[in-house]
Design a protein around this ligand. Structure first.
Ligand SMILES: NC(=O)c1ccc[n+]([C@@H]2O[C@H](COP(=O)([O-])OP(=O)(O)OC[C@H]3O[C@@H](n4cnc5c(N)ncnc54)[C@H](O)[C@@H]3O)[C@@H](O)[C@H]2O)c1
Length: 310
């Protein structure tokens, strides 16, 4: 399958590695003079690092799958999918989607790496808009697999599932949002954590270093292999509903003091419980806790091994 990467800065170059690593032919286009050549140097260096780390078998086998296109039309000709990664402004995104619209094949899908601008802000005017969506990576996507897929109101119903399948095939971990929301999911979560971190520092409650340690030596350890819902599901004997019964009052007080309504009503807790029990039956909670502890042991062994190294 041919993939086009349009805009080959930090993120575009990283995407080229993701698709080529999975066996696809990748055509890279960058509008800046020397932009694609710069990207080629970066891609080669990163592939060699990945090989040294044992994460790809052979950089030399992957590199020839990546080619530099002289024009946008050449890059997208015959491509099944385009990953757009140009500058993050509405104006630049609108311009590149107009340009893409003029040269895109009739079946080609386009994902934008946009960090926060929704696709409706820059695809409304193009004929191909039903084939466009957000495919937001975390940098660098060849090491951090999550990709947020966010449809615009006019994105075709089959587009998210098709891009989801492609992302899975290339080894990413796509997550799908049902509709646009500012910051998507990842940056909304990060934003909430940062907001409270800044407030606690502003109030003189904790130093910046100790706040960071609260995450790096605390919350973040479990988060490297499970999310916040699974974390609390395993932190009360009866699972997430039991956790909510025990701790909802505390979180309500905290939220109330910040002028926010917590909103964990009984119906919502029941829905979270229903989704968690579908993922992990009651009878497997204890085994999963033991699994969590083994993952933590492996992580602690890794951190111990790394301590003292630059
Ligand atoms: N850097 C991150 O951590 C990160 C993470 C996730 C998503 N993103 C998103 O990815 C996109 C790219 O970000 P980046 O950090 O790689 O930026 P960057 O500045 O490193 O790269 C942008 C590249 O796009 C090229 N470009 C600009 N206009 C173009 C055009 N019309 N046609 C072809 N190429 C063009 C530029 O020459 C440049 O090489 C942005 O939307 C950004 O928000 C960035």
């Amino acid at each position: 399958m041919k993939i086009a990467v349009v805009g080959a800065g930090l993120v575009g170059s990283a995407w080229a590695i993701v698709f080529a690593r999975a066996g696809h032919d990748v055509a890279v286009f960058d509008a800046a003079a020397g932009g694609a050549a710069r990207a080629a140097t970066l891609i080669e260096a990163r592939l060699r690092d990945l090989e040294a780390a044992g994460l790809v078998a052979s950089a030399a086998e992957i590199l020839p799958r990546i080619s530099l296109a002289a024009t946008l039309a050449e890059a997208v000709a015959g491509a099944s999918y385009v990953q757009e990664s140009v500058f993050e402004t509405v104006e630049q995104k609108r311009l590149i989607f107009s340009a893409l619209d003029a040269v895109l094949g009739p079946e080609t899908l386009v994902g934008s790496s946009s960090s926060g601008i929704p696709a409706s802000a820059f695809t409304e005017h193009v004929a191909c808009r039903a084939r466009c969506l957000i495919a937001h990576p975390v940098n660098p996507p060849y090491l951090i697999p999550v990709v947020e897929l966010v449809p615009a109101p006019w994105t075709g119903p089959d587009v998210v599932p098709r891009v989801r399948a492609l992302m899975e095939q290339v080894g990413q971990e796509p997550v799908a949002l049902t509709r646009e929301i500012e910051g998507f999911a990842l940056n909304r979560l990060q934003g909430l954590l940062l907001a409270e971190a800044f407030r606690l520092v502003a109030e003189g409650i904790i130093s910046v270093a100790d706040l960071d340690r609260t995450v790096s030596a605390g919350l973040g350890l479990r988060w490297s292999f499970m999310g916040p819902f699974e974390t609390i599901d395993l932190n009360a004997p009866g699972g997430v509903a039991d956790y909510a019964r025990r701790f909802r009052g505390m979180y309500e007080t905290i939220a109330g003091a910040r002028g926010v309504e917590l909103g964990w009503d009984d119906g919502l807790i029941a829905e979270v419980e229903r989704q968690r029990r579908a993922a992990l039956p009651d009878s497997e909670l204890a085994a999963r806790s033991a699994w969590r502890d083994r993952r933590l042991m492996a992580l602690m062994a890794h951190k111990k091994d790394e301590s003292g190294k630059a």
